[in-house]
Design a binder for this molecule. Structure first.
Ligand code: IMP
Ligand code: MG
Length: 180
């Protein structure tokens, strides 16, 4: 169960091997739907580790999607959401008529994923699905649910496995919470 990282004072919530196991299942669920003309869109920066592992699990599950990246910003340097989502770097690829799976690290207020979904829908994507590592158990600011989620997570601020606070801790191979 929970183990403390003495140096950084971080408590593990989801260990690396638990995440790896869950991602194989998730990839199997996605592949079972036999998506056609699939484009996987990791929402950067926070999803980069999750997306890298999930994409390789998708390959093992028999899928060969195209991949493009969307960089959005909603969290600045603080732990609280600014509430406003902006595009920092847009997609290169066109999405019209395609099956798009948006990948994000955390579904929290829902604003980031809703913004991305609306953007891709406005560009004429055929099927839009969403896949998150963590679905936080909180009241969302906007009404959105993830189609795929690795874990539901209590309402605590998490770091690691790509997720940061002030650009730190992304390199941790597990998801943890900073013990204040
Ligand atoms: P939302 O727009 O409020 O749903 O927030 C989603 C985005 O906020 C995610 O893509 C994360 O980058 C960031 N975020 C939300 N909660 C956390 C957290 O606990 N740790 C790190 N980043 C978070
Ligand atoms: Mg993010």
């Amino acid at each position: 169960m929970a183990e403390a990282d003495a140096l950084l004072n971080i408590e593990t919530i989801y260990a690396a091997d638990d995440i790896a196991r869950r991602l194989e299942e998730l990839a199997g669920e996605i592949a079972a739907k036999k998506p056609i003309n699939l484009l996987v869109v990791p929402i950067l920066k926070g999803s980069f580790v999750f997306a890298a592992d999930l994409l390789r699990a998708l390959n093992r599950a028999g899928l060969n999607p195209e991949v493009d990246f969307l960089t959005l910003s909603s969290y600045k340097k603080s732990r609280t959401s600014s509430g406003q989502v902006t595009i920092l770097r847009d997609l290169d690829l066109h999405v019209e008529g395609r099956h798009v799976i948006l990948i994000d690290d955390v579904l929290d207020s829902g604003r980031t994923l809703a913004f991305a979904k609306d953007l891709i829908a406005a560009r004429g994507a055929g099927i839009i699905e969403t896949c998150v590592l963590l679905e936080k158990q909180v009241q969302r600011a906007v009404n959105i649910q993830a189609d795929y989620q690795a874990f539901t997570c209590p309402n605590v601020f998490v770091v690691g496995y790509g997720m940061d606070v002030a650009h730190r801790y992304r390199e941790l191979p597990y998801v943890g919470r900073i013990i204040d």
